[in-house]
Write a protein that binds this ligand. Structure first.
Ligand code: ATP
Length: 624
């Protein structure tokens, strides 16, 4: 949107004659003529003195609007500021400043009184009303600040500094600035929506005064000098700006805090209204004349008004916020999942998988074969529950070894994990042939199977399995939620991809976007690397568990083989030569400990690999 040249609006307000002025016999020398003109008469002129008539200092000034003692606060507000309020909420800057000598009525116009509120209150009332009226389809954010400028820019005081001077009992010893910022956003899910940022400055300048007239001494006099200095700087700026061709001319806004603050209002992007104030009294002729001259010059000042539109850059800032929020959430969820995996999922899945694998291995190894053809019951009593010690959570395997009549039958290993203890027991009963059971009982001389009490470990493991199942469910729900969010984010991203090229117009914006994209690409790469490393770590853990399991199984087989060998030796069984050779070879290898060494080597390598695979936090973060 192209900026438009705007003429500064200059209004003049003439206050009523004060009691003090009446008392000292002052006469009215400022007369309003029509809506726009004022005639200032020179009180030192003698109307009878025709010789000096050509040197008359009486002068007529034309302004955009002139108010006199009959004008109300409402008149002043409605003809100067009201029209700017709409602009402020839709993204235009506006400034109103009250200018004039001390006691001319600036604070009365800006602040007013309870019964007659001034511009501050009337503007804010209209502003909030306008906001209220468009609230259905717009979102607003309004902020306000109030500050005082003395010789230094100081913090806004609750109570503006006021001290009596000879010209005004409640003279303002500082410039007071009320700044209102309105951020307007159309309420719509459209990505291309616009955000408007309008600023309104309302400035009540301190009065200009002459030291001789005010009889100020000490601190008051110093204040007066500072005030006058900043007003002088303001006057210089007004002069420079009002000169023809001033656009190319240097305007020194840096001379005072006041001019720095009013820079936009005078030479930049703002609808500006200056309300000059004078007293109508003959005793204030000089101040009134100077004020009118400055105000008249200010009429030539032009500003270039442009709507403050924040679209792409604002959007980018918003997306950056959203991205950082999402990042934080992803980190949080990741750590939750990691914790969950450690506590539940990983354990549960590994427990289940390893158990199943373990059971398969054990089943394969416990098939009928030459090693089972002996009286095994002496070595392994029936119903032995083998707890796989490598990891308690692997659960129990029940060694179901038939009694002596079934010597040439297979011994079987039955997994009990995943069932309740009772369920495991009944499964066992069902698996066994009824007649065999009877024979077993007969031969063992017992009344029935000696059902063991549920061991502590079984109860704990069952409890843990239940917990793991619950955790697994939770993790699945979390995963589903994340997947949903990912799908939504993908949709948003593709929308953005189509909209951004049209919105990004400048090279700077393109560069910011390029950097943002690069940062995210790197982040994705980083996440992938971390995921890979986690996968490898999990694989290593699984391998370790399998090895541990095999280790357990090897120990079991070792015991079996030793038991069988011992049995054969004790009972004088003739061992075939080939088998005896195998036995010897086996015992020799056992003695040399080759397998143990290999296992040790593997576990060392695995643990050093795990250290190097441990995912660390990203080395660098890319903030744009
Ligand atoms: N339009 C007006 N109608 C009635 N009284 C007014 C009007 N303007 C000013 N006055 C009165 O004149 C006195 C001085 O006004 P005010 O304090 O507003 O002047 P000022 O320009 O702000 O002075 P300073 O620069 O010293 O602060 C106050 O008592 C105020 O009530």
């Amino acid at each position: 949107m192209e900026p438009k040249d705007q003429q500064l609006m200059v209004a003049l307000r003439i206050r009523p004659l004060s009691e003090a002025e009446l008392e000292e016999g002052a006469t009215i020398i400022a007369h309003k003529v029509g809506d726009q003109a004022v005639v200032l008469m020179d009180p030192s002129e003698d109307p009878e003195d025709t010789l000096r008539a050509h040197r008359s200092r009486e002068r007529t000034f034309i302004f955009d609007r002139v108010f006199d003692q009959h004008s109300t606060q409402e008149d002043v507000y409605s003809t100067t500021i009201r029209r700017l309020v709409e602009g402020v909420i839709s993204g235009y800057n506006a400034t109103v400043f009250a200018y004039g000598p001390s006691g001319a009525g600036k604070t009365h116009t800006m602040l007013g009184m309870d019964a007659e509120p001034g511009i501050y209150l009337q503007t804010l009332t209209d502003l909030f009303q306008a906001i209220e009226e468009t609230r259905d389809h717009m979102d607003y954010c309004v902020s306000m600040s109030y500050l005082e400028i003395m010789q230094l820019l100081t913090k806004g005081n609750r109570q503006r500094t006021q001290e009596p001077t000879a010209t005004n009992k409640t003279s303002s010893r500082s410039h007071a600035v009320l700044q209102v910022t309105v951020c307007q956003r159309r309420r719509s899910p459209d990505l291309a929506e616009e955000v408007h940022l309008g600023k309104l400055f309302m400035v009540d300048l301190a009065g200009s005064e002459r030291a001789s007239q005010t009889q100020n001494r000490g601190k008051r006099m110093k204040e007066g000098a500072h005030i006058n200095r900043s007003l002088l700087a303001l006057g210089n700026c007004i002069n420079a700006l009002s000169e023809k061709g001033s656009r190319t001319q240097y305007v020194n806004f840096r001379d005072s805090k006041l001019t720095r603050l009013l820079k936009d209002a005078l030479g930049g992007n703002s609808h500006t209204v200056m309300i000059a104030h004078i007293s109508p009294a003959s005793s204030s002729f000089e101040e009134s004349r100077t004020t009118l001259l400055y105000a008249y010059r200010a009429k030539n000042i032009k500003t270039r008004v442009k709507r403050n539109l924040l679209n792409v850059s604002y959007r980018i800032a918003q997306y950056t916020d959203v991205i950082s929020d999402l990042r934080r959430e992803i980190e949080h969820l990741k750590s939750k999942i990691e914790k969950g995996e450690r506590n539940s999922k990983g354990m549960f899945i590994q427990t289940a998988q390893d158990l199943l694998r373990g059971v398969q291995i054990l089943k394969v190894h416990s098939q009928p074969g030459p090693f089972h053809s002996g009286p095994l019951t002496t070595a392994f009593p029936r119903g032995t529950h083998v707890l796989l010690q490598g990891n308690k959570r692997w659960g129990f395997l029940r060694l179901e070894v038939p009694g002596p009549p079934a010597l040439n039958k297979a011994c079987s290993l039955t997994p009990c994990c995943g069932h309740s203890w009772e369920q495991g027991k009944s499964d066992l009963h069902m698996q066994r042939d009824q007649s065999e059971l009877e024979k077993d009982e007969e031969l063992a001389g017992t009344d029935g199977e000696d059902v063991p009490e549920e061991p502590q470990e079984v109860a704990v493991t069952t409890e843990e399995v239940n917990l793991l199942l619950a955790e697994h469910q939770k993790t699945s729900a979390l995963k589903a939620g994340l997947e949903q969010r990912l799908a939504l984010a993908r949709q948003k991203a593709s929308k953005m991809e189509t909209l951004l090229p049209a919105q990004v117009t400048s090279e700077d914006q393109r560069e910011v976007l390029r950097l943002l994209c690069r940062a995210h690409e790197l982040e994705v790469e980083n996440t992938e690397l971390r995921a890979d490393s986690l996968r490898c770590k999990t694989l290593l853990c699984q391998k370790d568990l399998v090895i541990q399991h095999c280790h357990q199984h090897r120990r079991l087989c070792e015991q079996l083989i030793r038991g069988q060998w011992q049995l054969m030796q004790d009972s004088g069984v003739q061992v075939p030569e080939a088998l005896e050779r195998q036995y010897r070879l086996y015992f020799r290898e056992l003695g040399e400990g080759t397998l143990d060494r290999l296992l040790l080597l593997h576990s060392r390598m695995a643990s050093s690999l795990q250290v190097s695979l441990t995912p660390c936090t990203p080395v660098c973060r890319y903030e744009v």
